[in-house]
Design a protein around this ligand. Structure first.
Ligand SMILES: [Mg+2]
Length: 353
């Protein structure tokens, strides 16, 4: 029995959730973003994308590209609620689900009698239940599925074998492959590799020589659309965090402590509401040169009290004593339940906040 993997991705997720409750904005360019001078676009509606607006772009630049865009501040509780509804339907269709974010997941369709019909039905259910549109890609592994789901957005439905993926995306830049970023693309270009076909055909020894014994073969395989076909169910979130980016860098440590305390208050309010508590308290500090530092401490008993969380966070900040002005600060509580082994702290630190 051959493996069949689907990647499901909600189209313009945050913007779509906003449009559902503000139908009067349909058809107009909408950008979900904070409003400070350093805000970045989290999601743009497809109308805004026509102007060249994209995710992670500074909002100021997005507004220059599309001055008539309507700015909506993000409402994460609403997105989490919509996400839970979508993932509930996904889990009702398939047993093995690897959730990759609020709006995307890999599904193992292996063994389903009719994977395509099942996916069509799921897309319809999601639309009827939540009003959201999903794009789906289906293939023999996660890489093919992911690239296929992205190929015809919005409301895409693309099924490809590995060979078909190689042919269809032969002329696309290597950056189409998740995990190949700007830096890697630039180095590939220096080797004369500017398309996926060239990447797949490149001498593996040359790639290994340029990128090392791990990344070289990885790149070579990606160029031929080989990839993992293992869908690994992800446990429920084991950490919660709040962070803030300052409009102007903050150098004053007392002021930083105040911000940290306020974030701890917000975080604890959320934890208490969901009756969760954790033992590992962490801070994240991004300096004005983009150095990002995480400091964590695990305490004896789970807590969601702002006195505990705020105090440990402040102590961690004092111990670190940021050597430069601070651009972003955050606080996090992890290891819910209090039964995890001590190694969880190290594991957590490997995750982005
Ligand atoms: Mg999406």
């Amino acid at each position: 029995m051959s493996t069949v993997i689907a990647h499901l991705d909600i189209d313009a997720f945050y913007a779509s959730v906003e449009l559902l409750r503000r139908p009067e904005l349909r058809g107009r360019p909408v950008i979900v973003s904070g409003s400070g001078p350093r805000a970045v676009v989290t999601t743009a509606s497809y109308e805004a994308r026509k102007f060249g607006v994209g995710s992670a772009m500074p909002t100021a630049r997005a507004l220059r590209l599309c001055p008539e865009a309507i700015l909506i501040p993000p409402d994460f509780p609403a997105y989490r609620e919509a996400s839970a509804a979508v993932m509930g339907l996904v889990r009702g269709t398939v047993e093995e689900v690897e959730v990759m974010g609020l709006d995307e997941a890999y599904l193992d369709l292996t063994g389903l009698l009719s994977p395509r019909a099942s996916m069509r039905r799921l897309i319809r259910q999601i639309k009827e239940t939540t009003g959201l549109t999903a794009s789906v890609g289906v293939g023999p592994n996660k890489l093919v599925a992911k690239v296929a789901s992205d190929a015809e957005k919005p409301a895409g439905f693309v099924v490809l074998t590995r060979e078909q993926a190689c042919a269809r995306f032969a002329g696309h830049p290597p950056r189409l492959v998740p995990g190949i970023g700007a830096k890697t693309a630039e180095r590939l270009e220096q080797l004369g590799i500017t398309t996926i076909a060239q990447l797949g055909a490149a001498d593996p020894d040359v790639l290994a020589g340029a990128f090392g014994p791990r990344q070289g073969p990885w790149l070579s395989a990606r160029g031929r659309f080989h990839g993992s076909a293992t869908v690994e169910p992800v446990r429920e979130a084991v950490s919660e965090s709040r962070e803030t980016t300052f409009d102007v860098d903050v150098a004053d440590h007392a002021e930083l402590e105040e911000h940290l305390h306020r974030l701890a208050e917000q975080l604890c309010r959320g934890l208490q509401k969901h009756e969760r508590a954790g033992r590992t308290i962490a801070i994240k500090v991004r300096l004005d040169d983009w150095t990002t530092v995480t400091r964590a401490r695990t305490i004896a008993h789970p807590t969601n009290e702002v006195e505990h969380v705020g105090q440990v966070a402040r102590e961690l900040l004092r111990e670190y004593a940021p050597p430069r002005p601070v651009r972003l600060i955050g606080v996090r509580v992890a290891s819910f339940g209090g039964t995890e082994q001590p190694t969880i702290e190290t594991a957590q630190l490997a995750l982005p906040m």
